[in-house]
Design a binder for this molecule. Sequence first.
Ligand SMILES: *[C@@H]1O[C@H](CO)[C@@H](O)[C@H](O)[C@H]1NC(C)=O
Ligand SMILES: *[C@@H]1O[C@H](CO)[C@@H](O)[C@H](O)[C@H]1NC(C)=O
Ligand SMILES: *[C@@H]1O[C@H](CO)[C@@H](O)[C@H](O)[C@H]1NC(C)=O
Ligand SMILES: *[C@@H]1O[C@H](CO)[C@@H](O)[C@H](O)[C@H]1NC(C)=O
Ligand SMILES: *[C@@H]1O[C@H](CO)[C@@H](O)[C@H](O)[C@H]1NC(C)=O
Ligand SMILES: *[C@@H]1O[C@H](CO)[C@@H](O)[C@H](O)[C@H]1NC(C)=O
Ligand SMILES: *[C@@H]1O[C@H](CO)[C@@H](O)[C@H](O)[C@H]1NC(C)=O
Ligand SMILES: *[C@@H]1O[C@H](CO)[C@@H](O)[C@H](O)[C@H]1NC(C)=O
Length: 456
Amino acid sequence: MTSLTRRLGCLLGVLSLGTSLAHGQSISTVNGEEVTMLTGTKTQHSTTSIPTNLYQTYTTRITLGTTTGAESTIIASVSGNGTDVALTSSSASETSSATLSYLTGTNSHSTSTSNTTASSTESPKPVPTNTRPCNNYPEFCGRKYSNITEVGCHNSPFVRANSAAANQQLGVVDQLNDGVRFLQAQIQFPTNDSVPHFCHTTCDLFDAGPITEWLTTVKDWVVAHPYDVVTILLGNGNYSTPDFYVPHIEKTGILRYVFTPPVVPMALDDWPTLSHMILTGQRVVMFMDYMANQTAYPWLLDQFSQMWETPFDPVDQNFPCVVQRPPDLPADQAKNRLYLMNHNLNGEANLLGNVLNVPDLSRINVTNAAEGFGSLGLSANNCRSDWGRAPNVLNVDYYNMGEYPGSVFEAAARVNNVTYNRKCCGEEASSAGRIEAMLKVPLTLGLMWAAFWTLV
Ligand SMILES: *[C@@H]1O[C@H](CO)[C@@H](O)[C@H](O)[C@H]1NC(C)=O
Ligand SMILES: *[C@@H]1O[C@H](CO)[C@@H](O)[C@H](O)[C@H]1NC(C)=O
Ligand SMILES: *[C@@H]1O[C@H](CO)[C@@H](O)[C@H](O)[C@H]1NC(C)=O
Ligand SMILES: *[C@@H]1O[C@H](CO)[C@@H](O)[C@H](O)[C@H]1NC(C)=O
Ligand SMILES: *[C@@H]1O[C@H](CO)[C@@H](O)[C@H](O)[C@H]1NC(C)=O
Ligand SMILES: *[C@@H]1O[C@H](CO)[C@@H](O)[C@H](O)[C@H]1NC(C)=O
Ligand SMILES: *[C@@H]1O[C@H](CO)[C@@H](O)[C@H](O)[C@H]1NC(C)=O
Ligand SMILES: *[C@@H]1O[C@H](CO)[C@@H](O)[C@H](O)[C@H]1NC(C)=O
């Protein structure tokens, strides 16, 4: 397998010299640094190899000993510059913190600016209106994690100009700044190396570096954005036990923010609200597709017992919204899990008899559009009609492209019943955002205290 893919790598190398070696079809090649970006027709035969391995099933729910107990310490990461502030309350409990839907706001029955000291001591008659966006929308704060649709980046780390093996044009910081909240990445081991890397199929074809680098970048973003919840889906390319990855994940410091589920498996209704996750400092949800062991690592969630997927690497513009993985999942069980809609249209390039799946850039405008045949928006709607609820993840290639820049976020906003009015893509005025965040911290902190004392 490795040698086959090495051969493919070589073939791509040959193509980058500008020679069209494709069999029986027109493929236009754009010369790149190392390999070649392919656009063009797809072949008929599909030899897509769908990843597969053992699928875990649970006959009973397992309740985990959680970190937030009766004498809980609620830790909220709310500082604008990344310093964590620990809020401790001897009486804070799961129940009381679960009711904290309001992160900040003004008294809707008062015209004066809110006096946070006063509101913490007076009775809380008026319900404050939340103005603090969670994952970019105030409406999301009070919603359960399982009741929100996020745009996901298929193969988030695979960013390289003019590479057939790339899936994104903009890096993970831009992805997050622009509103992507689900990041998928495949781990492999380079030949002769025990340090896991993010690699596409094999590290010979595309090596995005040690997982620690990308994960540290994500962690830094999470630290700087205290009102955001980010999900990472790790693809276990080598099907190794998690022990091979966990020390490297730990090294990045990201586990400080990781979400530890109260039960295994998490059914739809078990998921907390974004507010709850934010206030408890558990803002990174981490899944692994195969070989997760939640006995050993409760925070590394087994994907398929808790999230199913529509067909992998689709080549059909109709994007049927059916369960492909885990195989043979009964509909009633599927309806009680998160689900991910793969909407990364692939073209199959037939190169000297080898079939390679590459993102179909010739149709990306259509694929990532908010509406119309073959679009992200239409597929999300179809899924919603088929399953009674929208997908949790709209997994796309080249998220910044589409009908117009940002059309993927428009598609997500429509199924979320919110209004998308952000700039896209890759042009966030990051400094302005940070200053605003810092200014708001004291008020927010005050109100959080108020919420504590009035709700416990
Ligand atoms: C962050 O803010 C805290 C509290 O205002 C301050 O003590 C600390 O020096 C700041 N850290 C940085 C890196 O700016
Ligand atoms: C807020 O209320 C407290 C107590 O009611 C009062 O002492 C304080 O001056 C008020 N602060 C402002 C900014 O109004
Ligand atoms: C999902 O969120 C919407 C909007 O807040 C709400 O009306 C609906 O009841 C929620 N559904 C579930 C199952 O929580
Ligand atoms: C790695 O593999 C190559 C052959 O591909 C071999 O020559 C070498 O000794 C191996 N070990 C290291 C550490 O490179
Ligand atoms: C990759 O998987 C193979 C087969 O399970 C295993 O022998 C090998 O140790 C794994 N590689 C690493 C670096 O864990
Ligand atoms: C999962 O982890 C537990 C605790 O470390 C261990 O006893 C068990 O053998 C592991 N399961 C698998 C399938 O590796
Ligand atoms: C996609 O749309 C953009 C802007 O509307 C346009 O510049 C580009 O040529 C289109 N690409 C394709 C492949 O149609
Ligand atoms: C959005 O609105 C539609 C139509 O009113 C409704 O069916 C759906 O449940 C709503 N979704 C959310 C998450 O609020």
